[in-house]
Design a protein around this ligand. Structure first.
Ligand SMILES: Nc1ncnc2c1ncn2[C@@H]1O[C@H](COP(=O)(O)OP(=O)(O)OP(=O)(O)O)[C@@H](O)[C@H]1O
Ligand SMILES: [Mg+2]
Length: 400
């Protein structure tokens, strides 16, 4: 037998595994690296976050990825080169983190690599007859495994699609395992590039769990800031938006899209929520001449409303519901103020209250998925609803 298989079996048999979860989302801010100790699997999983770091991407890297990111027409050679380049870049970022943390590759059992999404195309978006849901993450995991000396599990989204899902959001599996509980109904709200939520009922019944993308997270605000304020990546602490005000005509125009009429669960991406989306709404509402501060403020309000409208529509009757936030959007005070205002009386906090650093949460969830790939039983998810097929996901890359 190939000794790698033996190695994998012995990792699966360990009482506690050390797993590095990686996340690089649509915001392209950096690579989230979460070093976790994980024992057991399924609903018995115990996870301790030992180290966490977001390694920022430099401008050259961001520009290179943006050349192909969520674009329909790209240079195929660039795509091919970036697949290797992103894998190598991530490997070197992990090696730097290990050095900083005084940990060696021999101390790590697995890496769980999400890769970089470059296109997300559920059939509701691409609408091409004869083609299924599709999504593409690059940053080859063989390169990560060979260059770190750590077995790497990657490309989680393809199994989800193969089994009938849309490839997103995958947060539902880890949210159910880590944050599901009896006696408290929860919403785990992640405000990354796109915002998504998982509703966890108070009885831990997976059949009643709902997980869906719900609209733009930071993506519209970020794209607008990057266009109008060269050198800035995002509106830090809403410093620009707070100097403007919300324009209601623009807000209404932003809300007019069939995405908001479709029922949950659904997925989306910057393929829909992009600069073109803003341009269309500005034209429709005749607000092209508004000061940029007002436009950005309106985008912030629109982002908040797209989150709170869904919570009100689906869970208005759940008066004891608790919302736990994660993702970069929770650092935007104006966005969070609007979310609180629209949901008066609702408990809103962050996953820190549940023991997980909210900036690390998405990367932690991939460590959970990798743990399930090796030790889990897909039957845990067998009462799954439409977009939660009962599968353990990921492909395995050995380093030798
Ligand atoms: N202090 C802050 N003020 C305002 N916005 C912030 C702040 N810090 C972070 N952000 C926002 O958060 C974004 C990064 O969020 P995050 O890393 O969760 O998203 P992501 O990488 O796209 O991940 P995901 O896959 O979860 O969407 C930044 O691009 C920025 O818009
Ligand atoms: Mg990020």
């Amino acid at each position: 037998m190939n000794s790698n298989i033996n190695r994998l079996v012995s990792i699966a048999g360990k009482e506690t595994r050390t797993i590095i979860g990686l996340m690089s989302g649509t915001s392209l801010d950096g690579l989230d690296v979460a070093l976790c100790q994980v024992s057991d699997s399924g609903l018995q999983t115990k996870l301790e976050l030992k180290q966490f770091c977001t390694v920022a991407y430099n401008d050259t890297f961001k520009t290179q990825v943006k050349e192909i990111f969520s674009k329909r027409n790209i240079d195929l050679e660039q795509l091919c080169l970036l697949n290797e380049h992103i894998g190598l870049t991530h490997a070197s970022m992990i090696n730097d983190c290990l050095k900083r943390w005084n940990v060696t590759s021999a101390d790590i059992d697995l890496i769980a690599s999400h890769g970089q999404t470059i296109y997300h195309a559920p059939s509701s978006l691409h609408k091409q007859k004869g083609f299924t849901n599709a999504t593409l993450q690059i940053g080859d995991a063989d390169h990560i495994a060979v260059n770190t000396g750590i077995i790497t599990i990657s490309d989680f989204r393809q199994k989800h699609i193969a089994a009938g899902g849309e490839g997103a959001p995958l947060a539902v599996y880890g949210d159910h395992i880590l944050f599901g509980t009896t006696g408290e109904a929860r919403i785990l709200l992640n405000i990354g590039g796109i915002s998504n939520l998982t509703y966890l009922p108070a009885n831990r019944d997976f059949a009643k769990v709902t997980c869906s993308d719900i609209g733009p997270g930071n993506t519209l605000m970020d794209a607008f800031v990057q266009k109008h304020f060269p050198g800035k990546h995002f509106d830090k602490n809403a410093e620009i938006a707070t100097t403007g005000s919300c324009n209601n005509s623009l807000l209404q125009a932003l809300k007019e899209n069939s995405f908001f009429d479709t029922t949950l669960p659904k997925t989306t991406g910057p393929e829909l929520f992009n600069l073109q989306y803003i341009e269309t709404a500005l034209k429709k509402s005749g607000t092209e001449k508004l000061p940029v501060q007002d436009i950005l403020h309106s985008l912030t309000k629109f982002t908040a409303d797209s989150i709170t409208d869904i919570v009100k529509k689906y869970w208005a009757d759940k008066t004891d519901l608790k919302i736990y936030c994660s993702g970069g959007g929770m650092h935007n005070p104006l966005l969070m103020q609007y979310i609180s205002q629209q949901l008066p009386g609702t408990f809103i906090s962050t996953t820190r209250e549940l023991g997980i650093d909210p900036d690390a949460k998405e990367a932690v969830l991939f460590a959970i998925l990798a743990n399930e790939s090796i030790c889990g039983n897909p039957e845990l998810f067998s009462s799954a609803n439409k977009n939660t097929p009962a599968v353990c996901m990921g492909k395995i890359s050995f380093f030798s």
